[in-house]
Write a protein that binds this ligand. Structure first.
Ligand code: SF4
Length: 468
């Protein structure tokens, strides 16, 4: 459930439309379906071909975009963003899309991911005279675009992108163009669809389904797509691109009804459960999943093991994700409010409890406790990913290394701390094999599990993460 991660970095969602009279309304629906990727702030920038207008604020999509507000957002293209707090902190100024005006026109940016050389670039830009309005790494791209020296906006963007390192799925909107760029490792998901003659782009395909858009394809690592009145065009801005998509998108972050690179997230999770059953056969009476993100894996475990799946844990859906709550005390309150064990299901039973990850271990300990208090005679915890031992530098909010329970504890030590009768993690080969059914782990980022990251990590970024 990844519910106890400390909120110091971001996981966001982006959505864009080109060539539709209801572009803002479609973006509203798209962002609503991406709300699970960030609940702290949201914004939409719309273009009527002449001017860019922005509405944004801190809160949920349904809170910021009231009917009155939507009335003001008229235009045929739009980009939107849902945001989780960044390393630079929360606050209105960091809510995206960011909108910039210059003598040559306006430009709006929406970014999902995290740059690993943002501090380095910011320092360089500041010594050359730039002044930053936000503490977000996204603003760096706007400065690089305007300073590139090229006259054509596409060349400006390509030149700016070539200086960035890390994870980025960018939507860039000008008065008359929508540009879409994905980093050379394709760390974050980003897909393209059409809706009649209009084009739509989103972090997850579940956003297409909600507006009836037809999926075309995923954006390729190192690809820049430009959509304007002349149609759609694409080119590689990076040729040394190597796909390394984030495995945690499949394990936890994305919605089960989304497809990433043609693979359904629910199916991948279910396969993780099946692989777990093969790697960790357990004698038990019932299998239960920690809602919501572990239900698919629990179904897979039950199917493969022959142990019946039961709803042993119930989530109170009117409590926000503990994942977004910033303080430890709020998190502690939140877990109890959020989950209940079903006594009628678990009492007197040996329970297999499937969860997607263990970060600090505190949530796992509480859930094991809940099940035991409700009368479970044994609780066997099985985790559908390997131990998270390292921080993520690419826009996922993992704790600092010191706070990750697996960074310095063995599986047996963790089992003891969370009070489980047994504890098993899925192997990294099992996790990737569940997604793509291959032997190796190529094509995926496993940085937080292995410590081997697909990009260089700049010293100042490392220093920040290890000091936070
Ligand atoms: S380090 Fe982990 S969470 Fe971050 S992108 Fe890689 S797999 Fe995803």
């Amino acid at each position: 459930m990844l519910a106890e991660i400390k909120g110091l970095n971001e996981e966001c969602g982006v959505f864009g439309v080109w060539g539709h009279p209801d572009s803002a309304q479609l973006t509203y629906y798209g962002l609503h379906s991406l709300q699970h990727r960030g609940q702290e702030g949201t914004g939409i920038v719309v273009s009527d071909g002449d001017k860019l207008r922005v509405v944004k604020g801190e809160g949920l999509v349904s809170e910021i975009f009231t009917a009155d507000v939507m009335e003001k957002l008229k235009g045929t293209s739009a980009i939107g963003h849902v945001r989780y707090a960044t390393a630079g902190g929360g606050g209105y100024e960091n809510v995206q899309p960011l909108l910039f005006h210059s003598q040559t026109g306006s430009l709006a940016l929406a970014h999902n991911g995290n740059l690993v050389n943002a501090n380095y670039l910011k320092h360089q830009l500041e010594t050359q005279g730039s002044i930053f309005q936000t503490s977000s790494d996204t603003e760096v791209l706007a400065h690089l675009i305007r300073r590139s020296g090229f006259s054509d906006i596409k060349d400006q963007v390509k030149n700016a992108l070539s200086m960035l390192k890390g994870a980025y799925a960018y939507l860039i909107l000008t008065e008359n163009e929508l540009m879409v760029a994905l980093d050379p490792n394709g760390l974050r998901p980003l897909s393209l669809a059409c809706l009649g003659d209009a084009y739509v782009v989103a972090s997850e395909t579940c956003a297409f389904d909600v507006i009836g858009a037809e999926y075309i394809r995923d954006i390729r690592p190192g690809e820049l797509v430009v959509i304007n009145k002349d149609g759609i065009s694409s080119e590689q801005f990076a040729f040394n691109s190597t796909k390394s998509i984030c495995t945690m998108e499949y394990v936890y972050f994305s919605r089960p009804d989304s497809n990433i690179q043609g693979i359904n997230v629910h199916t991948a999770r279910k396969n993780m459960g099946k692989r777990l059953a093969a790697e960790a056969p357990i004698e038990a009476d019932v299998v239960t999943g920690v809602p919501d993100s572990s239900i698919s894996a629990a179904i897979g475990y039950a199917e493969a093991s022959g142990i019946p799946y039961e709803m042993g844990l119930i989530k109170n859906k009117y409590v926000g994700r503990t994942f977004i709550q910033p303080t430890q005390s709020l998190r502690e309150q939140g877990v109890k409010m959020k989950l209940s064990a079903v006594r009628g299901v678990v009492e007197g039973k040996r329970v297999v409890m499937v969860d997607d990850s263990i970060v600090r271990g505190t949530t796992s300990r509480r859930i094991v406790n809940l099940l035991k208090e409700a009368g479970a005679t044994e609780v066997h915890v099985v985790i559908s990913s390997p131990p998270i031992k390292n921080p993520c530098f690419y826009g996922i909010d993992t704790s600092s290394k010191e706070e990750l329970i697996a960074s310095d504890k063995s599986v047996e030590e963790i089992r003891e701390l969370i009070g489980a009768d047994s504890l098993t993690f899925l192997s990294k080969e099992g996790m990737v094999g569940a997604i793509v059914n291959t032997e190796g782990t190529e094509g995926f980022c496993l940085g937080c599990f292995t410590g081997n990251y697909p990009t260089e990590i700049y010293p100042d970024t490392l220093q920040y993460y290890y000091q936070k």
